[in-house]
Design a protein around this ligand. Structure first.
Ligand code: GBH
Length: 460
Protein backbone atom coordinates (compact mmCIF):
# COMPACT_ATOMS: atom_id res chain seq x y z
CA UNK A 1 0.00 0.00 0.00
CA UNK A 2 1.11 3.52 -0.71
CA UNK A 3 1.86 5.36 2.56
CA UNK A 4 0.39 8.71 1.75
CA UNK A 5 0.35 10.02 5.31
CA UNK A 6 3.63 9.14 6.99
CA UNK A 7 4.09 10.10 10.65
CA UNK A 8 7.38 11.46 12.05
CA UNK A 9 10.08 8.96 13.06
CA UNK A 10 9.73 8.14 16.75
CA UNK A 11 5.98 8.82 16.78
CA UNK A 12 4.48 6.96 19.72
CA UNK A 13 1.77 4.47 18.74
CA UNK A 14 -0.28 3.54 21.75
CA UNK A 15 -3.51 2.27 23.19
CA UNK A 16 -5.11 3.26 26.48
CA UNK A 17 -7.14 1.67 29.27
CA UNK A 18 -8.08 2.51 32.86
CA UNK A 19 -7.88 0.43 36.01
CA UNK A 20 -11.54 0.27 37.06
CA UNK A 21 -12.67 -0.31 33.48
CA UNK A 22 -10.58 -3.44 32.88
CA UNK A 23 -8.99 -4.92 35.99
CA UNK A 24 -11.81 -6.55 37.92
CA UNK A 25 -10.51 -8.31 41.06
CA UNK A 26 -12.24 -5.52 42.94
CA UNK A 27 -11.91 -7.09 46.38
CA UNK A 28 -8.62 -8.91 45.89
CA UNK A 29 -5.22 -8.47 47.51
CA UNK A 30 -6.38 -5.77 49.87
CA UNK A 31 -8.01 -3.39 47.39
CA UNK A 32 -10.70 -1.25 49.05
CA UNK A 33 -13.76 0.26 47.32
CA UNK A 34 -13.54 3.38 45.22
CA UNK A 35 -16.38 5.79 44.51
CA UNK A 36 -17.15 3.75 41.37
CA UNK A 37 -17.61 0.53 43.37
CA UNK A 38 -20.13 2.42 45.48
CA UNK A 39 -21.84 4.35 42.68
CA UNK A 40 -22.26 1.32 40.43
CA UNK A 41 -24.22 -0.36 43.24
CA UNK A 42 -26.75 2.46 43.47
CA UNK A 43 -29.78 1.25 41.49
CA UNK A 44 -30.29 3.17 38.28
CA UNK A 45 -26.84 4.75 38.09
CA UNK A 46 -25.17 2.30 35.72
CA UNK A 47 -27.10 0.62 32.94
CA UNK A 48 -28.07 -2.96 33.57
CA UNK A 49 -26.66 -2.73 37.11
CA UNK A 50 -23.17 -3.43 35.78
CA UNK A 51 -20.13 -2.99 38.03
CA UNK A 52 -16.36 -3.27 37.58
CA UNK A 53 -16.15 -6.27 39.92
CA UNK A 54 -14.87 -8.54 37.15
CA UNK A 55 -14.65 -6.24 34.11
CA UNK A 56 -12.18 -7.68 31.57
CA UNK A 57 -10.41 -9.59 34.35
CA UNK A 58 -7.16 -7.92 33.31
CA UNK A 59 -5.78 -8.28 36.85
CA UNK A 60 -5.54 -12.02 36.18
CA UNK A 61 -4.95 -11.91 32.43
CA UNK A 62 -2.33 -9.19 32.22
CA UNK A 63 0.36 -11.35 30.56
CA UNK A 64 -2.06 -12.38 27.81
CA UNK A 65 -3.06 -8.76 27.28
CA UNK A 66 0.56 -7.59 27.03
CA UNK A 67 1.16 -10.36 24.48
CA UNK A 68 -1.71 -8.90 22.43
CA UNK A 69 -0.12 -5.46 22.63
CA UNK A 70 3.16 -6.87 21.41
CA UNK A 71 1.42 -8.48 18.44
CA UNK A 72 -0.14 -5.15 17.58
CA UNK A 73 3.30 -3.56 17.62
CA UNK A 74 2.37 -0.86 20.16
CA UNK A 75 5.30 1.33 21.16
CA UNK A 76 3.45 2.68 24.21
CA UNK A 77 0.68 1.54 26.54
CA UNK A 78 -1.30 3.94 28.72
CA UNK A 79 -2.84 2.37 31.82
CA UNK A 80 -3.96 3.79 35.13
CA UNK A 81 -2.91 2.86 38.62
CA UNK A 82 -5.85 2.10 40.87
CA UNK A 83 -5.45 4.32 43.92
CA UNK A 84 -7.42 1.99 46.27
CA UNK A 85 -5.36 -0.94 45.01
CA UNK A 86 -2.02 0.54 46.05
CA UNK A 87 -3.07 2.71 49.02
CA UNK A 88 -6.25 1.28 50.53
CA UNK A 89 -8.62 3.96 51.84
CA UNK A 90 -6.35 6.66 50.39
CA UNK A 91 -4.17 7.09 53.46
CA UNK A 92 -1.19 5.53 55.09
CA UNK A 93 1.34 3.03 53.84
CA UNK A 94 1.43 1.45 50.41
CA UNK A 95 -0.02 -1.97 49.80
CA UNK A 96 2.83 -4.05 48.39
CA UNK A 97 0.60 -6.58 46.62
CA UNK A 98 -1.09 -3.83 44.66
CA UNK A 99 2.19 -2.20 43.71
CA UNK A 100 3.55 -5.60 42.70
CA UNK A 101 0.81 -5.92 40.09
CA UNK A 102 1.86 -2.67 38.42
CA UNK A 103 5.56 -3.64 38.73
CA UNK A 104 4.83 -6.89 36.92
CA UNK A 105 2.80 -5.02 34.30
CA UNK A 106 5.58 -2.49 33.70
CA UNK A 107 8.19 -5.24 33.51
CA UNK A 108 6.09 -7.23 31.03
CA UNK A 109 5.69 -4.10 28.91
CA UNK A 110 9.40 -3.28 28.99
CA UNK A 111 10.21 -6.90 28.06
CA UNK A 112 7.86 -6.51 25.09
CA UNK A 113 9.57 -3.27 24.07
CA UNK A 114 6.53 -1.16 25.04
CA UNK A 115 6.85 2.08 27.05
CA UNK A 116 4.72 2.14 30.22
CA UNK A 117 2.66 5.35 30.43
CA UNK A 118 0.95 5.51 33.84
CA UNK A 119 -1.97 7.69 34.89
CA UNK A 120 -2.33 8.19 38.63
CA UNK A 121 -6.01 9.10 38.68
CA UNK A 122 -8.62 7.77 36.30
CA UNK A 123 -11.63 8.47 38.55
CA UNK A 124 -11.27 5.76 41.21
CA UNK A 125 -11.16 7.91 44.36
CA UNK A 126 -10.96 5.75 47.49
CA UNK A 127 -14.46 5.74 48.98
CA UNK A 128 -13.14 6.77 52.40
CA UNK A 129 -11.76 9.98 50.92
CA UNK A 130 -15.15 10.75 49.41
CA UNK A 131 -16.68 10.24 52.83
CA UNK A 132 -14.17 12.73 54.21
CA UNK A 133 -15.46 15.27 51.64
CA UNK A 134 -14.11 14.09 48.29
CA UNK A 135 -12.65 16.48 45.73
CA UNK A 136 -14.58 19.51 47.04
CA UNK A 137 -12.51 19.05 50.23
CA UNK A 138 -9.02 20.54 50.08
CA UNK A 139 -7.29 17.74 51.97
CA UNK A 140 -7.99 15.33 49.08
CA UNK A 141 -5.34 17.19 47.06
CA UNK A 142 -2.76 16.60 49.81
CA UNK A 143 -3.73 12.93 50.00
CA UNK A 144 -3.24 12.66 46.24
CA UNK A 145 0.29 14.09 46.43
CA UNK A 146 1.17 11.51 49.09
CA UNK A 147 -0.18 8.73 46.88
CA UNK A 148 1.79 10.09 43.89
CA UNK A 149 5.02 9.98 45.91
CA UNK A 150 4.37 6.41 46.99
CA UNK A 151 3.66 5.29 43.42
CA UNK A 152 6.76 7.07 42.13
CA UNK A 153 8.96 5.43 44.75
CA UNK A 154 7.72 1.99 43.76
CA UNK A 155 7.49 2.39 39.98
CA UNK A 156 9.75 5.31 39.11
CA UNK A 157 12.45 3.07 37.68
CA UNK A 158 10.03 1.50 35.20
CA UNK A 159 7.36 3.98 34.15
CA UNK A 160 8.47 6.25 31.29
CA UNK A 161 5.64 8.81 31.30
CA UNK A 162 3.59 9.88 34.33
CA UNK A 163 0.17 11.47 33.93
CA UNK A 164 -1.28 12.96 37.09
CA UNK A 165 -4.99 13.20 36.24
CA UNK A 166 -7.25 11.91 33.52
CA UNK A 167 -9.92 14.43 32.51
CA UNK A 168 -10.41 16.46 35.67
CA UNK A 169 -13.41 18.09 33.90
CA UNK A 170 -15.27 14.77 34.07
CA UNK A 171 -14.15 14.10 37.65
CA UNK A 172 -15.36 17.52 38.81
CA UNK A 173 -18.43 18.24 36.68
CA UNK A 174 -19.85 14.83 35.84
CA UNK A 175 -19.04 13.65 39.37
CA UNK A 176 -20.24 16.65 41.41
CA UNK A 177 -22.47 18.79 39.16
CA UNK A 178 -24.49 16.66 36.71
CA UNK A 179 -23.96 13.60 38.90
CA UNK A 180 -23.91 11.09 36.03
CA UNK A 181 -20.53 9.85 37.24
CA UNK A 182 -19.39 8.85 40.72
CA UNK A 183 -19.91 10.06 43.36
CA UNK A 184 -23.15 11.29 41.78
CA UNK A 185 -23.47 14.62 43.57
CA UNK A 186 -25.40 17.51 41.98
CA UNK A 187 -23.93 20.62 43.56
CA UNK A 188 -22.43 23.06 41.01
CA UNK A 189 -20.62 25.11 43.67
CA UNK A 190 -19.02 21.95 45.08
CA UNK A 191 -18.00 20.98 41.55
CA UNK A 192 -16.11 24.26 41.14
CA UNK A 193 -14.27 23.58 44.41
CA UNK A 194 -13.56 20.07 43.13
CA UNK A 195 -12.07 21.51 39.93
CA UNK A 196 -9.71 23.72 41.92
CA UNK A 197 -8.69 20.89 44.22
CA UNK A 198 -8.04 18.64 41.23
CA UNK A 199 -5.78 21.37 39.83
CA UNK A 200 -4.06 21.63 43.19
CA UNK A 201 -3.73 17.85 43.39
CA UNK A 202 -2.08 17.90 39.97
CA UNK A 203 0.39 20.63 40.96
CA UNK A 204 1.29 19.03 44.29
CA UNK A 205 1.71 15.67 42.55
CA UNK A 206 4.03 17.19 39.94
CA UNK A 207 6.23 18.45 42.78
CA UNK A 208 6.13 15.06 44.52
CA UNK A 209 6.94 13.23 41.29
CA UNK A 210 9.85 15.56 40.46
CA UNK A 211 11.29 14.93 43.91
CA UNK A 212 10.93 11.17 43.72
CA UNK A 213 11.69 10.33 40.10
CA UNK A 214 15.02 9.73 38.46
CA UNK A 215 15.67 12.07 35.52
CA UNK A 216 14.63 12.16 32.80
CA UNK A 217 11.02 11.45 33.60
CA UNK A 218 8.17 12.85 31.54
CA UNK A 219 5.39 14.33 33.68
CA UNK A 220 2.09 15.14 32.06
CA UNK A 221 -1.61 15.81 32.57
CA UNK A 222 -4.53 14.67 30.42
CA UNK A 223 -7.45 16.98 29.68
CA UNK A 224 -10.57 16.34 27.61
CA UNK A 225 -10.16 19.64 25.80
CA UNK A 226 -13.57 20.47 24.36
CA UNK A 227 -13.57 21.46 20.70
CA UNK A 228 -16.17 24.14 21.23
CA UNK A 229 -17.66 26.05 18.32
CA UNK A 230 -20.35 28.73 18.29
CA UNK A 231 -23.42 27.73 16.27
CA UNK A 232 -23.10 30.97 14.28
CA UNK A 233 -21.12 34.20 14.22
CA UNK A 234 -23.91 35.95 16.11
CA UNK A 235 -22.42 37.59 19.24
CA UNK A 236 -24.81 35.69 21.53
CA UNK A 237 -23.66 32.33 20.13
CA UNK A 238 -20.01 33.38 20.35
CA UNK A 239 -20.60 34.36 23.99
CA UNK A 240 -22.19 30.96 24.67
CA UNK A 241 -19.14 29.20 23.26
CA UNK A 242 -16.89 31.40 25.39
CA UNK A 243 -18.76 30.31 28.54
CA UNK A 244 -18.31 26.64 27.67
CA UNK A 245 -14.65 27.22 26.88
CA UNK A 246 -14.16 28.93 30.28
CA UNK A 247 -15.67 26.20 32.47
CA UNK A 248 -14.78 23.36 30.12
CA UNK A 249 -11.21 24.19 29.11
CA UNK A 250 -9.61 27.30 30.54
CA UNK A 251 -10.58 26.38 34.11
CA UNK A 252 -7.75 23.84 33.82
CA UNK A 253 -5.50 25.23 31.07
CA UNK A 254 -5.06 28.69 32.62
CA UNK A 255 -4.10 27.60 36.16
CA UNK A 256 -1.87 24.76 34.97
CA UNK A 257 -0.05 26.59 32.19
CA UNK A 258 -0.30 30.23 33.20
CA UNK A 259 -0.83 30.18 36.98
CA UNK A 260 -4.04 32.22 36.79
CA UNK A 261 -7.81 31.80 36.90
CA UNK A 262 -9.76 33.05 33.87
CA UNK A 263 -11.35 36.42 34.71
CA UNK A 264 -14.47 35.59 32.70
CA UNK A 265 -14.93 32.32 34.59
CA UNK A 266 -14.89 34.22 37.88
CA UNK A 267 -17.57 36.55 36.50
CA UNK A 268 -19.67 33.74 35.02
CA UNK A 269 -19.72 31.86 38.34
CA UNK A 270 -20.23 34.90 40.60
CA UNK A 271 -23.64 33.67 41.76
CA UNK A 272 -22.18 30.31 42.79
CA UNK A 273 -18.86 31.03 44.47
CA UNK A 274 -16.38 33.77 45.36
CA UNK A 275 -13.44 31.38 44.78
CA UNK A 276 -12.17 32.00 48.32
CA UNK A 277 -11.12 28.35 48.41
CA UNK A 278 -8.19 29.34 46.17
CA UNK A 279 -5.50 30.14 48.74
CA UNK A 280 -2.39 32.28 48.33
CA UNK A 281 0.27 30.24 46.63
CA UNK A 282 -2.14 27.67 45.15
CA UNK A 283 -1.85 28.90 41.58
CA UNK A 284 1.92 28.83 41.78
CA UNK A 285 1.74 25.20 42.94
CA UNK A 286 -0.79 24.31 40.22
CA UNK A 287 1.47 25.74 37.51
CA UNK A 288 4.52 23.61 38.28
CA UNK A 289 6.00 22.97 34.81
CA UNK A 290 4.94 19.81 32.97
CA UNK A 291 6.74 18.10 30.10
CA UNK A 292 3.75 17.48 27.85
CA UNK A 293 -0.03 17.75 27.68
CA UNK A 294 -2.28 14.81 26.96
CA UNK A 295 -5.46 15.51 25.01
CA UNK A 296 -8.50 13.23 24.90
CA UNK A 297 -10.85 13.89 22.02
CA UNK A 298 -14.06 12.18 20.91
CA UNK A 299 -16.42 14.74 19.39
CA UNK A 300 -17.00 18.50 19.09
CA UNK A 301 -19.32 20.70 21.16
CA UNK A 302 -21.53 23.27 19.44
CA UNK A 303 -22.85 26.09 21.64
CA UNK A 304 -25.72 28.48 21.00
CA UNK A 305 -27.34 31.20 23.10
CA UNK A 306 -29.59 29.57 25.72
CA UNK A 307 -31.80 28.63 27.37
CA UNK A 308 -31.21 24.86 27.11
CA UNK A 309 -33.95 22.44 26.19
CA UNK A 310 -35.60 21.54 29.49
CA UNK A 311 -34.12 18.09 30.09
CA UNK A 312 -34.64 18.10 33.84
CA UNK A 313 -31.06 16.91 34.22
CA UNK A 314 -28.64 18.95 36.31
CA UNK A 315 -26.02 20.63 34.14
CA UNK A 316 -22.28 19.85 34.13
CA UNK A 317 -21.53 23.46 33.13
CA UNK A 318 -21.70 25.82 36.16
CA UNK A 319 -21.63 29.41 34.93
CA UNK A 320 -23.04 28.41 31.55
CA UNK A 321 -26.13 26.50 32.69
CA UNK A 322 -29.33 28.29 31.76
CA UNK A 323 -27.59 30.53 29.24
CA UNK A 324 -26.20 28.04 26.77
CA UNK A 325 -27.88 25.50 24.55
CA UNK A 326 -25.63 22.69 23.34
CA UNK A 327 -26.62 21.81 19.81
CA UNK A 328 -25.98 18.36 18.41
CA UNK A 329 -23.37 18.61 15.66
CA UNK A 330 -24.71 17.30 12.35
CA UNK A 331 -23.59 14.14 10.61
CA UNK A 332 -23.07 10.50 11.54
CA UNK A 333 -23.06 9.27 15.14
CA UNK A 334 -21.32 6.55 17.08
CA UNK A 335 -23.15 4.08 19.32
CA UNK A 336 -22.77 6.68 22.12
CA UNK A 337 -24.74 9.04 19.87
CA UNK A 338 -21.64 11.25 19.73
CA UNK A 339 -21.06 13.00 16.39
CA UNK A 340 -18.17 11.83 14.22
CA UNK A 341 -16.14 14.93 13.37
CA UNK A 342 -12.38 14.58 12.93
CA UNK A 343 -11.93 18.31 12.23
CA UNK A 344 -12.55 18.90 15.93
CA UNK A 345 -9.36 17.01 16.77
CA UNK A 346 -7.41 19.15 14.31
CA UNK A 347 -8.93 22.29 15.85
CA UNK A 348 -7.97 21.27 19.37
CA UNK A 349 -4.40 20.30 18.49
CA UNK A 350 -3.67 23.42 16.46
CA UNK A 351 -5.25 25.65 19.11
CA UNK A 352 -3.13 24.12 21.87
CA UNK A 353 0.05 24.23 19.85
CA UNK A 354 -0.55 27.94 19.23
CA UNK A 355 -1.39 28.71 22.85
CA UNK A 356 1.24 26.51 24.48
CA UNK A 357 4.38 26.79 22.40
CA UNK A 358 7.09 24.49 23.74
CA UNK A 359 4.62 22.01 25.23
CA UNK A 360 4.61 18.71 23.30
CA UNK A 361 1.18 17.20 22.85
CA UNK A 362 0.05 13.59 23.08
CA UNK A 363 -3.36 12.40 21.97
CA UNK A 364 -3.96 10.22 25.04
CA UNK A 365 -7.44 9.04 24.01
CA UNK A 366 -9.45 8.91 20.81
CA UNK A 367 -11.82 6.24 19.63
CA UNK A 368 -15.43 5.23 19.19
CA UNK A 369 -18.09 2.84 20.43
CA UNK A 370 -19.79 0.79 17.74
CA UNK A 371 -21.61 -2.50 17.71
CA UNK A 372 -19.31 -5.00 16.10
CA UNK A 373 -20.34 -8.32 14.60
CA UNK A 374 -18.73 -11.71 14.30
CA UNK A 375 -18.91 -13.74 11.09
CA UNK A 376 -19.15 -17.57 11.14
CA UNK A 377 -15.34 -17.86 11.06
CA UNK A 378 -15.21 -15.93 14.33
CA UNK A 379 -13.68 -12.79 12.82
CA UNK A 380 -15.03 -9.60 14.40
CA UNK A 381 -15.84 -6.80 12.02
CA UNK A 382 -16.01 -3.12 12.97
CA UNK A 383 -15.76 -1.11 9.77
CA UNK A 384 -17.11 2.12 11.31
CA UNK A 385 -14.39 2.05 13.96
CA UNK A 386 -11.69 1.64 11.29
CA UNK A 387 -13.15 4.62 9.41
CA UNK A 388 -13.34 6.69 12.59
CA UNK A 389 -9.75 5.95 13.61
CA UNK A 390 -8.42 6.50 10.09
CA UNK A 391 -10.12 9.90 9.80
CA UNK A 392 -8.92 11.01 13.23
CA UNK A 393 -5.33 9.88 12.62
CA UNK A 394 -5.43 11.80 9.35
CA UNK A 395 -6.50 14.86 11.37
CA UNK A 396 -3.51 14.35 13.69
CA UNK A 397 -1.26 14.14 10.63
CA UNK A 398 -2.75 17.34 9.27
CA UNK A 399 -2.18 19.10 12.62
CA UNK A 400 1.46 17.99 12.62
CA UNK A 401 1.75 19.36 9.09
CA UNK A 402 0.37 22.67 10.37
CA UNK A 403 3.14 22.81 12.98
CA UNK A 404 1.56 21.11 16.04
CA UNK A 405 4.15 19.20 18.07
CA UNK A 406 2.16 15.98 18.49
CA UNK A 407 4.40 13.19 19.71
CA UNK A 408 2.01 10.27 19.90
CA UNK A 409 -1.48 8.81 19.63
CA UNK A 410 -3.18 6.42 22.06
CA UNK A 411 -6.42 4.96 20.87
CA UNK A 412 -9.25 4.28 23.27
CA UNK A 413 -9.37 1.47 23.87
CA UNK A 414 -7.31 -1.67 23.74
CA UNK A 415 -10.12 -3.82 25.13
CA UNK A 416 -13.89 -3.64 25.38
CA UNK A 417 -14.46 -2.59 28.97
CA UNK A 418 -16.70 -1.10 31.66
CA UNK A 419 -17.94 2.07 29.97
CA UNK A 420 -18.85 3.92 33.20
CA UNK A 421 -22.57 4.81 33.33
CA UNK A 422 -23.16 2.68 30.21
CA UNK A 423 -21.68 -0.46 31.75
CA UNK A 424 -20.71 -3.21 29.31
CA UNK A 425 -23.33 -2.12 26.78
CA UNK A 426 -20.92 0.11 24.87
CA UNK A 427 -17.78 -1.30 23.28
CA UNK A 428 -14.77 0.92 22.53
CA UNK A 429 -12.17 -1.86 22.17
CA UNK A 430 -10.13 -2.82 19.14
CA UNK A 431 -10.04 -6.20 20.86
CA UNK A 432 -13.41 -7.82 21.47
CA UNK A 433 -13.96 -9.22 24.96
CA UNK A 434 -16.57 -11.90 25.54
CA UNK A 435 -17.46 -11.00 29.12
CA UNK A 436 -18.80 -14.50 29.84
CA UNK A 437 -15.69 -16.42 28.80
CA UNK A 438 -13.20 -13.50 28.94
CA UNK A 439 -12.02 -14.58 25.52
CA UNK A 440 -10.19 -11.86 23.57
CA UNK A 441 -10.60 -11.54 19.79
CA UNK A 442 -8.80 -8.78 17.91
CA UNK A 443 -11.32 -6.97 15.72
CA UNK A 444 -10.64 -5.82 12.16
CA UNK A 445 -9.64 -2.47 13.66
CA UNK A 446 -6.85 -4.18 15.63
CA UNK A 447 -5.44 -5.71 12.47
CA UNK A 448 -5.80 -2.39 10.71
CA UNK A 449 -4.00 -0.53 13.54
CA UNK A 450 -1.16 -3.06 13.54
CA UNK A 451 -0.69 -2.32 9.84
CA UNK A 452 -0.67 1.43 10.43
CA UNK A 453 1.99 1.03 13.13
CA UNK A 454 4.10 -1.29 10.98
CA UNK A 455 4.00 1.14 8.06
CA UNK A 456 4.34 4.25 10.22
CA UNK A 457 1.37 5.91 8.64
CA UNK A 458 -1.88 5.76 6.74
CA UNK A 459 -2.46 4.49 3.25
CA UNK A 460 -4.63 6.53 0.94
C1 GBH B 1 -13.19 9.24 28.31
O1 GBH B 1 -14.08 10.19 28.74
C2 GBH B 1 -12.67 8.49 29.49
O2 GBH B 1 -11.38 8.94 29.86
C3 GBH B 1 -12.68 7.00 29.32
O3 GBH B 1 -12.48 6.39 30.54
C4 GBH B 1 -13.97 6.58 28.66
O4 GBH B 1 -14.14 5.19 28.62
C5 GBH B 1 -13.98 7.15 27.27
O5 GBH B 1 -13.81 8.53 27.31
C6 GBH B 1 -15.24 6.86 26.49
O6 GBH B 1 -16.35 7.44 27.10
O7 GBH B 1 -21.25 17.97 26.19
O8 GBH B 1 -21.71 17.31 28.45
O9 GBH B 1 -22.22 15.83 26.69
C7 GBH B 1 -14.69 10.95 27.72
C8 GBH B 1 -15.77 11.74 28.32
C9 GBH B 1 -17.37 12.23 26.66
C10 GBH B 1 -16.65 13.88 28.24
C11 GBH B 1 -18.11 13.26 25.90
C12 GBH B 1 -17.38 14.91 27.47
C13 GBH B 1 -19.35 15.30 26.19
C14 GBH B 1 -19.75 16.26 27.26
N1 GBH B 1 -16.27 12.75 27.43
N2 GBH B 1 -18.52 14.29 26.81
S1 GBH B 1 -21.35 16.89 27.14
Amino acid sequence: MNIALKFPAGFRWGAATAAYQIEGAAAEDGRTPSIWDTFSRVPGRVRNGDTGDIAADHYHRMPEDVALMRELGLTDYRFSIGWPRVQPTGRGPALQKGLDFYRRLADALLDAGIRPVATLYHWDLPQELEEAGGWPHRDTAERFAEYAALAADALGDRVVTWTTLNEPWCAAFLGYSSGVHAPGRTDPAAALRAAHHLNLAHGRAVAALRAALPTPAEISLTLNVHAVRPLSDAPADVAAARRIDAVGNRIFLDPVFHGRLPADLIEDTAGLTDWSFVHDGDLRAVSAPVDSLGVNYYSPTVAAAGPPEPSGEPSPWPGAAGRVRLVPAPGPRTAMDWPVDADGLYEVLTRLSGELPGTPLLVTENGAAYDDYADPSGAVHDPERVAYLDAHLAAVHRAIGAGADVRGYFLWSLLDNFEWAYGYGRRFGIVHVDFASQRRTPKDSAHWYAGVIARGGLGR
